[in-house]
Design a protein around this ligand. Sequence first.
Ligand code: HEM
Length: 404
Amino acid sequence: MRSTLSPAFTSSKMRLMVPFMVEVGEQMMQSLHQSIKQSKDGSIDIECKDLTTRYANDVIASCAFGLKVDSHNDKNNTFYALGKETSSFNFRQMMTFFMLINAPALAKLLKLDFLSESSKEAFKKLVLGTMENRELKNIIRPDMIHLLMEAKKGRLTHDEIKTNDLAAGFATVEESSVGQKEINRVWTDEDLVAQAVLFFIAGFETVSSGMSFLLYELALNPDVQDRLAQEIKENDAKNGGKFDFNSIQNMVYMDMVVSELLRLWPPGVALDRLCTKDYNLGKPNPKAEKDFILRKGTGVWIPVYPIHRDPQYFPNPDKFDPERFSEENKHTINPVTYMPFGAGPRNCIGSRFALCEMKVMAYQILREMEVSPCTKTCIPAKLCKNTFNLRLEGGHWLKFRPRT
Ligand code: HEM
């Protein structure tokens, strides 16, 4: 399934989805300007996790489900409520998740499922209904629904993968060729719905978390924010205010900033793998007498967050320093110490989508707004302990003011 779908995530497909992201960003900017207009001093304090969650929700609604929603103005729309339920990772979902991983047979016996029956039905109706409508009316909208329909017809091919992808960004992961020959998959309706929901689950919290930390770091590092805003301004002038895929792909500093953000605050804090054959890791320390053999069937967790903050690989690791990814410095980074999108054949299929989305949002906000700390900003950064996700204690509060 992975191999069949990977052509849906090449840069050439992302290019066609940028207008949908821009449209969502414009809604967000309108809503921000409106709130600022109603404020007394021309600025507002915003909980940025809420802002970025609404943005990520609307982008997935548009790009993955073909729906136009505006969660900034229509705060409790049905799709947003559905998304919240799916991705909130409450206690029941957390327990279900651990059962599914650690005792899959028992989980099956108990009929445990990550989603409630009503959410599953709602997603099913949404995806299959949209597909039926498009088929009937011959509608083509270049989004994930369209690509899933193409996959079902066997029309998604791999020949484009090697082109157009060079400028996607430093953090992008490469698509492996494993399994690419076996693309004659028969798709059931359930498979199609499951993929759209998976994109939602995998791409919603990750992007909004990354974006909320990005805004936080930009507010705390005004020199970085100013330089990025300058790059956006120059880029805007060069393109006559027109904003498309090329606008963000050629922005060197933007890529440095986003790459560093994904090092310091990687939304995927760890990777998991199952060992498929015995592997000798050698002696664990100089005093050890025996080699350490990793046995077949062992579950392995790879701690991305601590590796990204190890001073051995990233000097002064707690500092937000985009210069680590400059043209002169980026070659010194050992690729296996930088894994925001994972590694190998099961790396993140959506890395180009995610980078594109984050850059579009940063572009739109910084073009018009200045972000700075406010009285409620969590300084120094302290992680919230009562959630499974990366989150700052007390929320991601920042002040927004229109740029002069
Ligand atoms: C900043 C945003 C994102 C981050 C940091 C992120 C990170 C990751 C990581 C670390 C993995 C596991 C990789 C591994 O084990 O080697 C993963 C897997 C995955 N991601 Fe993302 N992701 C992001 C956004 C997205 C988006 C937007 C989508 C889809 C639209 C997506 C779809 C997936 C899927 C389907 C997988 C499972 C791939 C497989 O098992 O073959 N991700 N992601």
